[in-house]
Design a protein around this ligand. Sequence first.
Ligand code: AMP
Length: 182
Amino acid sequence: MTIVSSVCVFCGASNAIDKEFFDLGYQLGTKLAQEKFHMVYGAGDCGVMGASANGALEHGGTVTGIFPRVLEGLEAEHKTLTETIIVDDMHTRKMGMFDRSDAFIILPGGFGTMDETFEVITWKQLHTHDKPIILVNFKGYWDGWVKMTEHFIDNGFASQKTRTLYQVVDSVDEAIEALKAN
Ligand code: AMP
């Protein structure tokens, strides 16, 4: 049983996405705030990341962002977070997000989101932590990912137990329910 009070959100930074993805991020931030979960993320003011933070902040939530100096000029930094921590590099950012969180929720994203997600899954596989990891498979966005991980398992490169390291749900509401059930 993990007591979850602080939730890390991994999701995309791209703005070249359909509105429904921004709405999904905003919805997650809103629900986290309403359910009194603190949000932790990468401090971006762009894409699903920025929408999630804005959803939380506009509904009375608190948000910690961890921004790496190497992204200055590359990724827009959110300027009105509850707390912003500036770090030197991407690895320190990921460690900072990990240390401050009791659980991880993954929304649609790209390579950065996948990097962050695989890292917390592989750490859990090595028993470095036991924090819940929940992927929101919004409109089947992560179907390809699920298929790929099943391929790992079918070919013996990952054990059957790997499936227990993370949960795949269809909606933000289910993700919140999964958080509460952990
Ligand atoms: P993306 O899913 O590619 O839009 O990226 C989501 C977030 O992950 C952004 O804040 C990126 O800065 C971050 N990111 C991108 N590449 C990496 C990486 N190699 N390690 C950690 N975070 C990354």
